[in-house]
Design a binder for this molecule. Structure first.
Ligand code: UDX
Length: 455
């Protein structure tokens, strides 16, 4: 059986940003562990730091998306990206089949690239769409696609089946971006549903118990398969070996300095701060965070990407060296799994949230854009594993607000309750991806169905 399944060869194609690459690497690894042959194909103009030809049993192919990043608007990039993939993918798929001796039977593509379904059909292959973000935000986009929510939205709060009522600042930011430079992204996220009912499988990076009501509601529209949380299973039980790699990183993590620094702190004493791979904060906001962290009296480990460093207050990192460490990129999973970390101040990217939930770390939510405001709503009001920072009338989160909320999570009764809730979600996440769990079963079913075509 195992040998037979290996003859099923699947190509997995992420959208080329870190927050989409990471979960699709993990999905590829899980498929390989179920006996499928898997090739991960990344079209990107950025260089992958760890330019592996393989990640364990997953073969990796990195291809230039031919994009000149100097001359860009979001809309231009998206058009050119689609044109390049459409031109290069069909031949590549055929060649991968020939060179491996196992023809490809299915394309698993990021739902941002719904048009790959056409390519799969032209090649006579099965097609699976992989939604990297929460079922909650995807339901909002689905409602827009179906015309149930009309943009521009005029009345708040908004009702979406399976979700609490959402105020304007709790909706994905793109719904407010019709006239801005991000309007092509609103089209992109809504177009995830163009052929939603035609794809052979819909995978969602969530787990049943985490988003039960909204998963059940979306199920009334078509069958969907929650397969998350897509984070390396080794971290789910805090078995930290010398496994430094999430997979393919676009940034270089300061592994040793983070780990050494954390090792010398008390359990639960550190606030880990990160805004992911894309968010860019204003200078005034960076200063408020800096002074707020210092006022909180807590130890802090703050990821400030190289491109953002100039926004830090002068000499802040040096002057704070007794209490804090600032790095350009961290090994986030290992950091969150470290016993010294007491809470995570996060921009609420979906991967960061799944990682924190799976490792039982409570959060201070500071959403920036895209899906993050909706994710923050779930953290604070649905799962009750954190608090959301509130901006002042100028849209700034002040140092006082930051200090207060950080203390709420790190200390006192509310913090204890959030920690208990975080532990509960950690167990449920482990159960979903463990053997026989709901997400694991969905992956098994996919592998078995593909294999049965070869019987
Ligand atoms: C993007 C979007 O912004 C996010 O809202 C969406 O849900 C997914 O795509 P990003 O902003 O980078 O992603 O955030 P997130 O989803 O949290 O992904 C970041 C990934 O980079 C995580 O897997 C995290 O572990 C990793 N990371 C982040 C590091 O390894 N080191 C760091 O220092 C910071």
């Amino acid at each position: 059986m195992d040998k037979q399944e290996r003859t099923c060869h699947v190509v997995v194609i992420p959208y080329p940003v870190q927050g989409h690459i990471n979960p699709m690497i993990q999905f590829s690894k899980r498929l390989a562990a179920k006996g499928l042959q898997v090739t991960l194909v990344i079209f990107s103009s950025q260089t992958l730091l760890t330019d592996h030809p393989s990640l364990g049993s997953v073969k990796v192919v990195a291809i230039s998306d031919s994009y000149d990043t100097g001359s860009s608007s979001t809309g231009d990039y998206l058009k050119q990206f689609q044109a390049t993939v459409t031109q290069k993918l069909p031949r590549l798929v055929v060649e991968l089949g020939i060179s491996s001796g196992h023809p490809i039977s299915c394309l698993v593509y990021d739902s941002f690239m719904a048009w790959v379904l056409e390519i799969a059909r032209q090649l006579g292959l099965s097609a699976a769409s992989f939604f990297t973000q929460s079922c909650a935000v995807n339901s909002v986009y689905y409602q827009i696609h179906e015309g149930q929510l009309k943009i521009p939205l005029e009345k708040f709060p908004v009702s979406v089946p399976g979700l609490p009522a959402l105020d304007a600042d709790e909706l994905p930011s793109f719904v407010h971006d019709m006239e801005s430079e991000y309007s092509p992204i609103l089209t992109l996220v809504v177009n995830q549903f163009l052929n939603f009912k035609e794809a052979d499988w819909i995978f969602v990076n969530t787990f049943n118990s985490l988003e039960e009501e909204v998963v059940n509601w979306l199920e009334t529209q078509r069958s969907i398969k929650p397969i998350g949380p897509m984070i390396p299973s080794v971290y789910l039980d805090r078995q930290l070996e010398d496994d430094r790699e999430y997979g393919l990183s676009l940034f270089k993590p300061a592994f040793d300095s983070c780990m050494e620094w954390l090792d010398s702190r008390e359990p639960g004493s550190v606030v880990y701060v990160s805004f992911g791979s894309m968010a860019a904060l204003g200078e005034e906001q960076m200063a408020e965070i800096a002074w707020g962290l210092r006022r909180s009296g807590c130890y802090f480990l703050w990821v400030v990407r190289e491109s953002e460093e100039k926004k830090l207050p002068c000499d802040f990192a040096e002057d704070s060296s007794e209490k804090g460490l600032v790095v350009n990129w961290s090994p986030q999973l290992q950091v969150l799994a470290h016993k010294s970390v007491g809470c995570f101040m996060t921009h609420c990217g979906w991967n960061s949230i799944l990682e924190a939930l799976s490792l039982g770390v409570p959060m201070v939510a500071m959403p920036q854009w895209t899906d993050q405001p909706t994710n923050a709503k779930l953290i604070a009001d649905v799962w009750r594993v954190g608090v959301r920072l509130q901006a002042n009338e100028k849209g700034i989160i002040t140092k006082e607000e930051l200090e207060k909320c950080t203390r709420d999570v790190m200390e006192g009764e509310r913090g204890d309750e959030m920690r208990r809730n975080s532990e509960k979600w950690k167990k449920l996440a482990m159960a979903a991806v463990g053997e026989g769990g709901s997400s694991d079963e969905n992956i098994m079913e996919f592998a078995a169905k593909l294999a049965s075509k070869f019987e």
